[in-house]
Design a protein around this ligand. Structure first.
Ligand code: AMP
Length: 296
């Protein structure tokens, strides 16, 4: 059974004690409503360190004023039950007052260039909110390793950049997207979908598969690859917020003819949910060593 720590002081003390006995710590930050995707991050952390801490905190700072903060699924009992099946050492469960006493604070971590593109176009403060809370969590837990999902590829790139620029002593590890059998990327927000919408949402994965297939057949024209994704999504009756082909490391738009590994990233509205997914074309050419830090 794991420790449940609700205050920053208690979390710091626990982490300090573990560290003093020579143990290496891993952190898996989450917003709860856990699913197999989150559990895969925990398992990856366990392969790398002795003690895994999972944080569950629905971070108000990363939600825009018109977004789903109030409705965001919360089911602590079920979350803790799922974590009991794994060998988690501690769960950090702060409330909003603990993380942001007296309001949402004023200091923000911003990562210009990477934060305004893709999801940042319609969610202009989202990644500042994410980076700020992750920086706080890193200071509180001081993990050796922190694990994030590739489903949120832009977030992963931004966190790596923050760690590099601000000299955090933590290795960032990315975990491939965990999917349902029908290809749908697992997401807490899938809980907003009806059965019919869940079926429709498989078009996100299918559209990426079509792009992959075309790429494998030798297509390198950016617009042709994008077009197939647009077609699959619109044929499924879905409206998209963006579909973009970008450099997976810089997130800058790909040239008209793809020259190297390319991230196909999309955000789509399905019913009341906004879902994201992505795929990397030519991933084998991506420098995974550079991508995953020193593999600590
Ligand atoms: P969230 O609770 O949605 O903020 O997600 C917490 C962490 O889990 C983030 O690093 C996400 O990228 C990761 N994650 C969410 N869904 C998946 C998934 N289907 N596969 C892998 N990682 C995921």
């Amino acid at each position: 059974m794991f420790e449940i720590l609700r205050t920053i002081d208690a979390m710091r003390d626990w982490a300090k004690t573990e560290r003093q006995t020579g143990l290496r710590l891993g952190l898996v930050p989450t917003m709860g409503a856990l699913h197999r995707g989150h559990l895969a991050l925990v398992e990856e952390a366990q392969r790398r360190v002795n003690r895994v801490v999972v944080s569950i905190f629905v971070n108000p700072l990363q939600f825009g004023p018109a977004e789903d903060l109030a409705q965001y699924p919360r089911n602590l009992e079920d979350d803790l039950r799922q974590l009991q099946g794994l060998n988690v050492a501690a769960v950090f469960l702060p409330d909003s007052d603990e993380m942001y006493p007296g309001g949402l604070g004023v200091t923000r971590v911003t990562i210009p260039g990477l934060s305004e593109v893709l999801c940042g176009v319609t969610r202009p403060t989202h990644f500042n909110g994410v980076a700020t809370v992750v920086a706080k969590l890193f200071h509180i837990v001081e993990p050796n390793v922190a694990v994030f999902g590739e489903k949120d590829w832009q977030q992963l790139v931004i966190i790596r950049r923050m760690v590099y620029d601000l000299n955090f002593r933590v290795s960032i590890v990315g975990v491939p997207t965990v999917r349902a059998e029908n290809g749908l990327a697992l997401s807490s927000r899938n809980r907003y979908l009806t059965q019919e919408e869940l079926k429709k949402a498989t078009a996100l994965y299918h559209s990426l598969q079509e792009a992959r297939q075309l790429y494998r057949q030798g297509e390198r024209r950016r617009d042709a690859l994008r077009r197939v994704v647009v077609d699959v999504l619109t044929n499924a009756g879905l409206s998209y917020e963006y579909i973009e082909l970008v450099n997976p490391l810089t997130l800058q738009p790909s040239p008209e003819y793809l020259q190297g590994p390319t991230l196909v990233a999309l955000a789509v509205h399905v019913g009341s949910a906004r879902l994201i997914d992505n795929a990397i074309l030519g991933r084998e050419q991506l420098d995974e060593a550079a991508l995953h830090g020193n593999g600590d």
